[in-house]
Write a protein of this length. Sequence first.
Length: 395
Amino acid sequence: MREVTPFPHELRFDLIIVGGGIAGAALAAALRDSRYRIALIEGRAPEPAAEGWDARIYALSPASAGFLRDTGAWQHLDAARLTPVYDMAIHGDGGGRLHFSAYDSGVDQLAWIAESGLLQRELWEGIKRQGNASLFCPAQPRRLEFRDDAVLAELTSGQTLEAGLIVGADGADSWVRGQAGLAADTLDYGEMGVVANFRCEQPHRHTAFQWFRPDGVLAYLPLPGDHVSAVWSTPEANARQLLALDEAAFSQRHAAAGEYRLGGLQRIGAPAAFPLRLMRLPRIVAPRLALIGDAAHAIHPLSGHGINLGLGDARELARVLRELPDYRDCGDERTLRRYARARAGEVALLQWVTHGLQRLFRPQQAALSTLRNLGLNLTDSLAVVRNRLVRAALG
């Protein structure tokens, strides 16, 4: 018989969530009035609100906004810092054009633009008031043990938490995933996403812009007033050149790359950058384990759907857990497979689409220029196809 090493001072819960980012916090918030006792472990609390705009900006689908509304967080967000997107203009590298319109598609908006910090802070404020949730922050897990009837997580503080289920929501380099022995299949694109905020000379009129260029994909996301957030997905060498520019030259490069569509740009705050990769997992659940958000998958940011996939994970796992009868074990793998099956289709489709578009429009693929720009123009000319794409993207 295997010897079991005792964990001292166990604190008992039904569910342990490791990672208090948006996906993990949204899962906890979605279970706020459920029967589950929740422990949320996070190494660092959200940063306090600062002047200016967060460097990390998200495009939330209406489905994601609806889920956040169900958690109670959306209603408390500062409406002055949210921007609806009514139109999207996509430009190819050889004259291709594609336009999406909320009005033409019969919807209120294509997306909402929101700051990462704004969302996380509001989710945390709600969790602090939850009677069924305990926050462990700052805290780090250092040991996991999966048993037949429970999973135990020992923290660096010496505390030990016991639960029926542990959820890894701790990012692309998930510690929980590694401890569970779930290997990820990762493809490094050799690109970086350079993000920065700007004041623009001309109004954006609630329009998002995207340019497929020889040196990558540049997107402008509208922010309140005369501001935009730019994301430039570009080969690492070009990304490092951009980051080395002074503020004026950096702003000029972005304005020129965007064909001066919004006139001149003035950078607000410091830029940031992150590596781009595709990550697939053969499975995202195991006995007493489920993965959500970036711990479960990663896609190229050209579609802007990464955060929406994570919120979709949280929504679906919360639904499965809520529908589980009281006498059923929340950590049973058969139960968790319901969550995995429900998420497999959307995740696989978006990974396939974004990876295919990255390959089609990637730099140095000039031979495909005619084909890809023809595809943009053809789609733009077919209103039925265009509007179906919009509704699919809205979730």
